[in-house]
Design a protein around this ligand. Structure first.
Ligand SMILES: *[C@@H]1O[C@H](CO)[C@@H](O)[C@H](O)[C@H]1NC(C)=O
Length: 264
């Protein structure tokens, strides 16, 4: 009799298989662009495993599609059920805004639904044009950051338009996608929501409008580069340089002139 009961339990256990833990209600999960998110799904009894598990996505279409067959997720999906068969969770890494949608963990018996909301980068102070003034030869950090520093945007682009003419087109000076940038330009902080650009050794040519752009936002900064008067400038007659407010008299020695420049 006991043996029969035991056998029955074993058979029951086997056929019962995996019942999913948690409630069947839609679960909201929030992620940030550039980081990872775990959609949790597992069998209540960690000793069991489902015969079949599929993860599906729906972005408001009529049909659900399998995530592993979607190109969009290539190399960004990870599952854990090889090592722990009852753990059916899905890890999505390097999140993008277009990963937004409904996700479903589905076994032969039941399913669990998630709504994934991916928070993207909105730039801080993007409504106003910031004005910055520096002397030539100096460095400048042009500030640009996501309001939420946890969001690392998938694309960042810095562009420059010289103020030489009204119609100067914007040219790309830094792109996070290609990793290409010109010599004197670099991001102060890689891999974060801080997208500020450092420009070293400024010249008059750097004067103009700069734009920092992410997927859905853009910020403008106007940079003025003043020419610092060095002793050599005092001997040239460049009409674009403003006259020194306090020209050194002919009696000042070379070292005194240098001191004045440093002090300024
Ligand atoms: C499944 O695996 C992930 C990653 O190791 C872990 O974070 C999660 O807690 C696991 N879930 C269960 C139910 O063990």
């Amino acid at each position: 009799m006991m043996e029969c009961l035991y056998l029955l339990l074993v058979v029951f256990h086997f056929t019962a298989g995996c019942s999913l833990s948690g409630e069947q209600t839609l679960k909201l999960v929030t992620g940030h662009t550039g980081s990872s998110v775990l959609l949790p799904c597992s069998c209540t009894d960690l000793q069991t495993k489902p015969q079949r598990v599929t993860w599906k996505i729906n972005r408001g279409e009529r049909e659900w599609t399998e995530v592993f067959s979607a190109d969009q997720y290539r190399d960004r999906l990870h599952q854990f059920n090889e090592d722990s068969p009852a753990n059916l969770s899905l890890l999505i890494s390097d999140l993008r805004e277009e990963d937004d949608g409904d996700y479903r963990c589905e076994t032969e018996k039941e399913s669990r639904d998630f709504w994934l909301y991916v928070k993207g980068c909105d730039l801080a102070n993007s409504e106003e044009i910031e004005e910055v003034t520096r002397f030539s030869g100096e460095s400048v950090v042009l500030l640009c950051s996501c309001t939420d520093l946890q969001t690392k945007p998938n694309t960042v682009k810095w562009e420059f338009s010289s103020d030489k003419s009204e119609t100067s087109p914007y040219v790309e000076i830094y792109s996070a996608q290609t990793g290409q940038h010109r010599d004197r330009f670099r991001l102060t902080n890689k891999n974060s929501g801080n997208l500020s650009l450092l420009i070293s050794d400024l010249t008059e040519e750097d004067q103009g409008d700069y734009s920092c752009s992410v997927q859905r936002d853009r910020k403008y900064i106007r940079l003025h580069v003043k020419v610092r008067e060095t002793p050599t400038h005092l001997w040239t007659t460049d009409p674009t340089t403003t006259p020194s407010e306090d020209p050194p008299t002919t009696e000042t020695t070379e070292s005194e002139r240098i001191m004045m420049c440093v002090a300024r």
